[in-house]
Ligand binder design. Sequence first.
Ligand SMILES: Nc1ncnc2c1ncn2[C@@H]1O[C@H](COP(=O)(O)OP(=O)(O)O)[C@@H](O)[C@H]1O
Ligand SMILES: [Mg+2]
Length: 379
Amino acid sequence: MGDPNIEDVSCVGVGKPVYVWHRRYEGIPTNIVFRDVRVLNEFILKLAHRAGKHISLAYPTLDTMLPEKHRLAATFGSEVSTTGPTFTIRKFRAKPFSPIELIADGVISEDLAAYIWFMLDHLKTLMISGGTGAGKTTLLNALSLFIRPGLKIVTVEDTPELNLPHENWVQLTVRPVYAVGVTLTEVKLFDLVKLALRYRPDYLIVGEIRGEEAFVLFQAMATGHGGLSTIHAESLDYAIKRIISPPMNIAPTYVKLMNIFLHIDRVAMEGVGRTVRRVRIVQEIEDYEKYRVISTWNPETDEHIVTLNNSWLLRDVSAKTGKSIGELVEEIYRRSMILRWLRMKGVYDFMEVSRYIFRYHYNPTELYNEALSELKGLK
Ligand SMILES: Nc1ncnc2c1ncn2[C@@H]1O[C@H](COP(=O)(O)OP(=O)(O)O)[C@@H](O)[C@H]1O
Ligand SMILES: [Mg+2]
């Protein structure tokens, strides 16, 4: 559990090795094998008790959080699982990934990150779609670092996964962990999102939308709040189909309130011999069924191709600020250069990265000049 490269630990039953998922080596068996059902059941009971929960033949499944914030899913006895008791621990990463780490990893590019940074400064909204474990929450957390310092952020989640450097941040979760002085067990996501609006957030971040809480989120965006979220979907089309169908029921004319969609996937890279995560496509929603492609990923060259010319939002920002498109594009490239500088300097730590982002907000020229002169030395 101490190795940060290990993402999860799982046991599918007695007589089989406990597996770990390693960032580089993927699924690998360990030399730990539970041979006795009673011992495994007892171990699962112990885990459940550490989480302050109950598991038994009468209540044989559990999905909860351990005190260290690791996510625990388990089955007891052989009531629901044919191979007997099982468990999976998805490890909580105490330090979230920073945008610089995701750039260095190739998940996003500098230009793409700079575009998002710029758009979040102009209070644009975005949604990340992808399959389970694609890295949606991780990407959402990393991109949230670009939200201007001082803005009020309220996050709403089922389990507390998000971790932001902003001081003006309230974290609401369905499970009672940080929940601002009150116990919020058995409160639904829907109620929490409604509650979050009472805080008048500049940005409302919903960890993942699944049901009727989506309606509240879109309502919030319709009244001028910024919104960020993730959705489980295999493509943009599926994501939008889910949004406009029950139980979310968003009116098609409302879909464009979500300005930007990013789709993230796990892809097998033959060259690297392992699966990697990549933002495959980024689209702006000009209107329902009217999408503009901002970035695509080329699997052959492993490059992100960003086409700011297609941007509809840049035109919108230009109209609102009186600045020309050219000036705005230049601003995005300046930010892209700052990100390249941080990557080349090896500034990866999320707190450190956010300090630079905050500094850029307060004095862009100073930081840009510092980057420019240092980059000359680094080349
Ligand atoms: N770019 C990445 N590099 C390495 N590990 C990652 C990356 N993105 C996500 N992970 C890890 O993969 C697991 C699933 O990621 P998560 O963001 O929770 O996925 P999702 O929200 O799509 O289900 C987590 O353990 C996370 O730390
Ligand atoms: Mg998630």
